[in-house]
Design a protein around this ligand. Structure first.
Ligand code: PLP
Length: 523
């Protein structure tokens, strides 16, 4: 059902043809003027202002051959995805600057043709993801639930399958060949993670189950040793429950206090209020990089800098940033950066805790058992050095290998390219949704990443989700594991389409078309 890339430029008619707007003219209804103004403001915003703290250099040597590449399956040749390797139709140009929609005078609701070009071969990318060819209720699947989880390219699926067919063994033990293969594959994945987040040392990369486990590990191990009665822990109003509850539990156990950075009405954290909260009792600042409800890109580098000046430990929850923005942990400067594999095209059940070496080395282990020990007697145990100190027991070996393959896949496309394309897609989606009468956008900070949350007058969020599902469009509805921030905006639930780099402008158009139909039928 998806037209080939080469057909797109000729099939995209002039803005007035109605091709993208089958139901209604794109002009905002008078009652939507404030929302439209917000969307316009978002599009006009300085292109790079939201990229504060984000490394735009992109992955180093993204198109260089990668270790383990031979295992990636057919079609993985690095050049395959790059613009220079594909035949571009006449007049189809790569965007010259990060935010084409920021160009003054760009017709609201109509991406200029070149804005629709992601800078990589999107149809080739889509063919890599088998599930994107599924039909749901007789319609082609439109997957707009990427903030919940992302799909897996066949390079990842095949890599895991290869592991079980040819390499499966427990790791770091035994003298046999398969143990060596499995250990090599696992440690290679660790090195890929290091490179992807620009960590200085692969020993600082700890494999865990996901973001939730990583934050719990830090709260229990680091927090257990460093937080005491009367101490304070700072988080923000934007946080996912995974970055609230472990700190709440720590605070309750230790007699410490949780302090919360408020957000403004667009959904950005208040740096001025943060500066007032921070004090001599503050022990740790744990902050989300990108909100999973509002899509706000938080100026985490500034947040970390302010804490660091006072010697306060910092953690960044990168669950929603890792797939959408380049991450350089050295540039960000935090002590911990955590993310989940499944949010970045890797399997569930695998994720990463990165920590600065001195901080990790000063931390007691969390779980005890095999793999993390050097020597055990009944009197005492000597622990393994990093990273094994924090990897007790048999880990999720195959999925760690799958995570490595997923990151190599993203590296070949280029996270900076992905980020640019997605920001154009998000800005476009925001402007389109803002033009629908009765639709309220939740979270309107310029330069949002991935997420377009809204409510629709006259409908419960579940009704909207079900109506979209009938058309093959998958969006999340509900509280999104972040109740405090939704309540801050006066709602209990929201509809949350969320985008990834395999989504297209046509898919955003389909979403908007269906929501517009619902709005027109409003009770
Ligand atoms: N933090 C944020 C911002 C998230 O969006 C999520 C998942 O949605 C999590 C943490 C928890 O991730 P996981 O369930 O993979 O541990």
């Amino acid at each position: 059902g998806v037209p080939p890339a080469s057909a797109a430029p000729t099939a995209v008619p002039a803005a007035t043809s109605g091709y993208y707007f089958l139901d209604a003219p794109p002009a905002a209804a008078p009652s939507d003027a404030p929302l439209q103004a917000l969307a316009d403001q978002a599009r006009r915003a300085a292109p790079d202002s939201h990229l504060d703290g984000i490394d735009l250099r992109g992955p180093r040597a993204a198109d260089a051959p990668l270790p383990g590449q031979a295992l990636q399956g057919p079609g993985a040749a690095p050049q395959y995805y790059f613009v220079h390797a594909v035949q571009l139709p006449n007049g189809f140009v790569t965007p010259a600057k990060p935010h084409p929609h920021a160009a003054p005078g760009a017709a609201a609701g109509h991406a200029a043709q070149q804005d629709r070009h992601p800078g990589f071969d999107i149809q080739a990318v889509r063919r890599d993801f088998p599930i994107l060819s599924e039909r749901i209720n007789g319609k082609p699947l439109v997957w707009l639930d990427n903030a919940a989880t992302t799909h897996k390219p066949r390079q990842v699926i095949e890599r895991i399958s290869h592991f079980y067919a040819h390499e499966n063994s427990n790791i770091h033990r035994a003298a046999h060949t398969l143990a060596a293969r499995a250990t090599d594959a696992y440690e290679h994945a660790r090195e890929v993670v290091r490179r992807f987040i620009h960590a200085p040392d692969a020993r600082e990369v700890i494999f865990v189950r996901g973001t939730t486990e990583a934050i719990n590990l830090v709260a229990k191990a680091w927090g257990g040793a460093n937080v005491g009665e009367g101490d304070e822990i700072i988080i923000s109003h934007l946080e996912h429950h995974a970055n609230i509850v472990p700190w709440q539990q720590l605070a309750a156990a230790k007699g410490a206090r949780l302090r919360v950075i408020p957000v403004d009405d667009q959904g950005q954290i208040r740096l001025d209020e943060y500066q007032k909260l921070i004090n001599d009792r503050t022990k740790i600042v744990a902050i989300g990089h990108v909100s999973n409800v509002l899509g706000t890109v938080v100026p985490v580098k500034q947040v970390v800098e302010i804490a660091k000046r006072r010697g306060i430990t910092t953690l960044i929850d990168g669950a929603q940033s890792i797939a959408h923005t380049p991450v350089d942990v050295q540039d960000l400067g935090a002590d911990f950066f955590v993310f989940s594999g499944h949010k970045i095209f890797a399997p569930t059940g695998i994720g990463v805790l990165w920590g600065r070496r001195e901080v990790l080395e000063a931390m007691p282990p969390w779980q005890g058992g095999g793999n993390m020990i050097a020597d055990v007697t009944f009197e005492q145990t000597v622990y393994q050095p990093l990273p094994n100190t924090f990897e007790a027991g048999t880990g999720n070996i195959a999925d760690a290998v799958g995570l490595g393959a997923a990151l190599e896949y993203v590296e070949r496309i280029g996270i900076a390219q992905i980020s640019r394309y997605e920001h154009a897609l998000v800005d476009y989606g925001m402007a389109q949704l803002a033009s629908i009468a009765g639709l309220r956008l939740i979270g309107t900070v310029p330069g949002k990443a991935s997420v377009l949350a809204f409510t629709l007058d006259g409908y419960s969020t579940d009704e909207v989700g079900q109506a979209l599902n009938a058309e093959g469009i998958a969006v999340r509805t509900g509280h999104h594991c972040a109740q405090p921030i939704l309540r801050r905006f006066g709602v209990e639930t929201a509809v949350r389409p969320s985008l990834a780099f395999y989504n297209t402008f046509d898919e955003v158009d389909q979403l908007v078309r269906e929501v517009r139909k619902l709005a027109a039928r409003r009770r």
